[in-house]
Every structure is written in structure tokens, then in C-alpha cells.
Design a protein around this ligand. Sequence first.
Ligand SMILES: [Zn+2]
Length: 111
Amino acid sequence: MIMKIRKGDTIKVLIGKDKGKTGQVERIFPKTRGVLILSVNEYKRHVKSRARNPASRQGGQKSEIITITKPLPISNVALICPKCKKPTRIGFQIEKGKKIRICKKCSKAID
Ligand SMILES: [Zn+2]
């Protein structure tokens, strides 16, 4: 399976609560076809944490808010072409025996 989006790519969110946001791909999950994007699809969660070191934290149980970033389905994002700066679809081209990604809008190599 070929993943069109790669780590470090800049993408734009097309669907969902963060629609319109842009961000950088942090991680790819090929099995689930998910992408993790920095500061996109974040959820705040309250967790009760017990002080791990009682000497430094007083009061025992403490509630904390943690931010969880969830991966988005790869189909919900579009790559922003580094050349023409537009959200685009990706094509592939073989050049000197190497497969390279091509922007379908400006036809320039992305990699
Ligand atoms: Zn382009």
C-alpha cells in the first residue's frame, strides 16, 4: 500500500471539527490509514492523577487536564503542495527509477 502523505508534510483538514486547519504531519499509521497532525484533532480530557511523588505534591489526588491528539483518517486531509501552496491531490511519477510524488495542480515534484 502506498501512503501518499508522509511525515513532515503540511496538510489541510477537509472534514471534521478542525476543518480548514493546517498542520504538519507528525506520524503516519499505515494500517489504519491515519495521520497524526500537530495541534489538530485535539481533545481535552480530565484525568485524576495520584501524586507519584508524595513529597513533591501535596493533597493526594489531583485533577489534571491533558490534551490528546487523535489521528485523522488520511482521506480527511489534503496535502498542501510546497511549490504552489495549494491543497492538492498527489500523483506518482517514475523518474530515474525512483518513484516521486507529483502535485496534480502545478505538476511539480513534491519531494
Ligand atoms: Zn503544486
